[in-house]
Ligand binder design. Structure first.
Ligand code: AKG
Ligand code: FE2
Length: 260
């Protein structure tokens, strides 16, 4: 078995095959999200569950109020403006430097076949790791009552791997409209309806071992509060389109509790 087969369920997801890459690309362009169930092979998933549970007590927990554009609300601005409405996000995070050196996540993250797949599906020139030691690969833990409030990401695309889903709650919800970052367009009326639950979002129930790719900068999304004592554990695989990018010190302090 080569490294790719040790990690990816290659029978179901032949990510090194050009036709499969094109099929996935078409899917994300049509649906704004790509959900690949059973992406990890079973042995790999079990190894990552063990690693996630072994690292859980090292997670740094943060809770923040923020607007959907990830800013602080401005008290002098209209509190009814959906861009000035605060939501809550709270979760735990284990940064990259605490992962086992030989973690399958480190291997997958750097694997040329996987990078080629991502570049092809997301239609990018190239992708690069963060140049700080914390931000490239993160385990995220959502304990009972923890959630991620409605937001648009700063990064144009997001890549997540579900390690353990919660029994109840902790669902990923999204809408595939509301913003066009490249045109500096934001549909406040539509977003307000989502925040006030007048329009119901799409909802996906993601099982362990699933890879999800989505354009988080244009599509409003959230994770609903976890209701079970079993936490939701998910990995974010974070890449940049430019080489040498660091996450800001401010963001590292917020999410990891340290800058290096
Ligand atoms: O946990 C998820 O499924 C989504 C994570 C997310 O939206 C984020 O980290 O910005
Ligand atoms: Fe997000």
């Amino acid at each position: 078995m080569n490294e790719l087969e040790e990690i990816v369920n290659i029978q179901q997801h032949p990510i090194n095959n050009k036709e499969y890459i094109n099929k996935c690309k078409k899917q994300i362009q049509e649906n704004s999200i790509l959900i690949l169930n059973n992406f990890l092979n079973n042995n790999c998933l079990n190894e990552l569950i063990d690693e996630a549970l072994q690292l859980e007590d090292k997670a740094f927990y943060c809770s923040q109020n923020h607007t959907i554009l990830l800013n602080k609300a401005n008290e002098s601005n209209d509190p009814n403006d959906p861009l000035n409405t605060e939501v809550i996000s709270d979760k735990g995070c284990v940064p990259h430097d605490l992962l086992n050196k030989d973690s399958k996540l480190n291997i997958l993250y750097k694997l040329p076949e996987f990078k080629k797949f991502l570049i092809g599906v997301l239609n990018l020139q190239n992708i690069y790791a963060y140049s700080d030691t914390l931000s490239s690969i993160n385990y995220n833990y959502y304990q009972k009552s923890q959630q991620l409030g409605w937001h648009f990401d700063n990064a144009s695309f997001a890549i997540t791997l579900m390690i353990q889903s919660s029994d109840t709650g902790g669902e990923f919800e999204y809408v595939s409209q509301g913003r066009d970052f490249s045109k500096n367009f934001i549909d406040k009326h539509y977003i307000k309806n989502i925040l006030q639950n007048k329009i119901l979002p799409e909802k996906i129930d993601v099982e362990a071992g699933t890879l999800v790719l989505f354009y988080g900068r244009n599509y409003l999304h959230r994770v609903t509060p976890v209701e079970s004592t079993k936490p939701r554990i998910l990995v974010t695989l974070n890449y940049n389109e430019e080489e040498g990018t660091m996450l800001s010190e401010n963001a590292r302090m917020t999410f990891f509790g340290r800058v290096n």
